[in-house]
Design a protein around this ligand. Structure first.
Ligand SMILES: [Zn+2]
Length: 665
């Protein structure tokens, strides 16, 4: 295990949270929003007749076993509420507003059902007060908590809600099902880091949990956090013209995020452990929904916990915030394995998002559909790419068979068939469609200026596009107005028409992630400010990573052109870690290796990891740290300053729906 030895406390690493929709600009976003156009009304009305809305079994399941919920619906946080269920009260309406896809409305209603629920004897869940679920198993002497939500505040509120309604017992074990932050970020609200470190509380996770818990979000972290704002829509007003759900749960909480490292790992494909008198079978499913993940089976309760590999929607093979592509073939196989292993002895299935399902026949039927959903997406996308279709062609053509399409749990609320099909293409073939005309096209803004010019200028394009807008051709209008905006970001008419088209697309989207992305895009075209504050998360998150990864992250901050012609060698000794690394800048590339110091280094530096982190996050300068005796230098000190002047600081709020304003060297 390379990554983390100390407890890390960080502020919401999902970072999307820099903007919060209580700000004045949020009211401005609300005021600018428009109503559903006739084409959108018609499309949403047609949707309402295309699916089995009379099937209300999910609502029964989502409400079954309800015990109690938060009395005032609010969890307090460090900067305003960490979670607030009240703004979502409008979802109680039976009549679907024309600005929301009816299928998404249904999912948003289901995700709004919140509180403490009994799953089966000795098994409880807290749902709907964060994007994910907390599962609590009553052991012989204490509580086994499976997943700890995203923030300490919501996790504590979840546990308190349980304790208020059930006999008080201490938490004796925490299990992280996988390496995503909405499953471990709230651990600090449930147990203390000291109790985990001493082993007093068992903290179990799948093999390589720590490698992935932070590393997945570091190297490309700045871009991911910015993109996450589009996907989750925290800057949008909560309303029927704004954010209503994420598809996977109501919303991300906005609290304090912690990472308490596990003190025990599941390393074999299958391992059975007895925890506080409860036998639990763990089954590793690496490389499915997360790089490190496991599902659980509890024979005593005939309970199967599918972690995040089977939820009540089509999940992501590609997540819009950006991440490595997930393998649908493997994912499907794991669900098949779970059916074979546990299918005939499961009475209740839960996951760490959404609601449970009871009854063996129903469970097996549901899991089979989930298994086949991911296999279908994989196989049919590959079939079509082997027939020579390109990503957009595959995405546009692919349709689920009716046996899956009419299954609520296969609908795309978080993932979509469209972007998942493109993910399969990318998994096997990458970004290039093999047409050499697409091999080296002009960059977007330059191409846009040419195209708009060829099309007779911006006014002619906008005039045409207005007709298409009236005809409901929003996909095309959004796309062509983006060309005009990239040709001339100051073109107000193009921005407004583009925003209007994105907005209608958002209103029609069945996927919450698409709705959020479209509506955030529209708000930014209409002038909503970009996030300007760097998220504290990044600096905090970096404390948790290995020195290797921290140096790799410096490497991606190195400004290549500025570094041209420079050769700098630095020995780094971390006095608190007993580690020495040699860093080499040459050919505008920063490399490093652990081991013996280099005799010919320009400079040798001795410091602690904490000092290094503060300097690399520019919270401290070298002169200051040297004066304080925290950095001991030998050799040429100017080389160190020279090196650190070559690192870029990433802007948290770069433009997305228009060309970047500030130049990038
Ligand atoms: Zn999750």
């Amino acid at each position: 295990m390379t990554a983390l030895r100390n407890t890390v406390t960080m502020l919401a690493a999902t970072g999307a949270l820099a903007l919060y929709c209580q700000q004045a600009y949020c009211q401005q976003v609300s005021a600018q929003s428009k109503d559903a156009e006739p084409s959108t009304r018609a499309a949403n009305a047609a949707f309402a007749t295309s699916l089995p809305f009379s099937d209300r079994a999910d609502f029964d399941d989502a409400r079954r076993g309800f015990i109690a919920t938060l009395p005032d619906g609010v969890v307090a946080g460090p900067r305003g509420p960490a979670f607030d269920t009240k703004p979502y009260a409008f979802l109680q309406k039976d009549e679907v507003p024309p600005t929301v896809n009816p299928s998404l409305w249904r999912q948003a209603q289901l995700d709004a059902i919140n509180g403490l629920f009994k799953v089966t004897d000795r098994v409880y869940q807290v749902r709907g007060i964060d994007i994910s679920n907390m599962t609590i198993i009553e052991g012989d002497s204490g509580l086994i908590v499976i997943d700890t939500l995203l923030s300490n505040e919501t996790a504590k509120a979840a546990l308190d809600l349980y304790l208020k309604n059930r006999p008080a017992k201490p938490v004796v074990a925490v299990i992280y099902t996988h390496s995503h932050i909405d499953h471990f970020g709230g651990a600090g609200g449930v147990i203390s880091a000291d109790d985990a470190a001493s082993g007093k509380v068992k903290v179990l996770a799948p093999d390589r949990f720590m490698d992935y818990a932070v590393s997945e979000n570091v190297i490309a972290g700045n871009a991911m956090r910015r993109r996450a704002q589009y996907m989750y829509g925290p800057s949008l007003p909560v309303s029927d013209r704004g954010q209503i759900d994420t598809g996977l749960g109501k919303a991300l909480s906005r609290g304090t995020v912690s990472l308490i490292p596990p003190n025990d790992l599941i390393k074999q494909d299958t391992e059975t452990r007895k925890i506080d008198g409860v036998e639990i079978e763990f089954h590793l499913v690496p490389g499915s929904e997360a790089p490190a993940e496991m599902i659980l089976y509890v024979p005593q309760f005939k309970l199967l916990d599918m972690a995040e590999d089977a939820t009540h929607n089509m999940h992501n093979l590609y997540t819009l915030r950006g991440a490595e592509i997930r393998d649908g073939r493997l994912w499907s196989r794991y669900i098949g394995d779970a059916i074979a292993r546990y299918g005939d002895r499961t009475d209740a299935v839960i996951a760490q998002h959404h609601w449970p399902m009871w009854g063996n026949d129903r469970i097996v039927a549901y899991l089979k559909k989930q298994r086949d959903l991911y296999k279908f997406i994989h196989d049919q996308s590959v079939r079509l790419l082997n027939q020579g279709l390109t990503p957009t062609e595959i995405a546009d053509r692919l349709r689920l068979p009716p046996s899956l399409a009419n299954e609520w749990s296969a609908r795309g609320y978080y993932g979509t068939l469209s972007h998942n099909a493109k993910a399969v293409y990318q998994f096997y073939l990458g970004w290039y469609d093999a047409n050499p005309a697409d091999l080296d096209p002009l960059p977007r803004a330059e191409a846009a200026r040419k195209q708009v010019d060829y099309m007779g200028g911006a006014d002619a394009v906008i005039q045409h596009a207005r007709e298409d807008f009236k005809a409901g051709q929003y996909r095309w209008v959004a796309s062509v107005m983006s060309q005009v905006v990239f040709a001339d970001p100051a073109n107000k008419q193009a921005r407004e028409l583009g925003a209007d088209a994105l907005e209608q697309l958002g209103y029609q989207s069945e996927a919450a992630t698409w709705r959020n992305a479209y509506l955030v895009g529209a708000s930014e075209l209409r002038g909503a400010p970009l996030p300007s504050q760097a998220s504290a998360a990044n600096a905090e998150l970096l404390r948790g990573v290995s020195i290797d990864l921290a140096f790799d992250f410096l490497g991606v901050r190195l400004n290549g052109p500025k570094a041209s012609g420079k050769h700098i060698v630095i020995n780094w000794t971390f006095s608190d870690r007993n580690e020495t690394h040699v860093m080499n800048l040459e050919n505008s590339a920063l490399t490093h290796r652990a081991g013996k110091p280099d005799d010919k280094a320009d400079t040798s530096v001795r410091l602690t990891r904490a000092t290094f982190d503060a300097i690399s996050a520019r919270q401290r300068g070298f002169p200051d740290a040297i004066a304080a005796g925290e950095v001991v230098l030998s050799g040429d000190p100017s080389k160190l300053r020279e090196l650190f002047a070559l690192f870029d600081d990433f802007a948290p709020g770069f433009e997305i729906v228009e060309p970047r304003k500030a130049s990038v060297e």
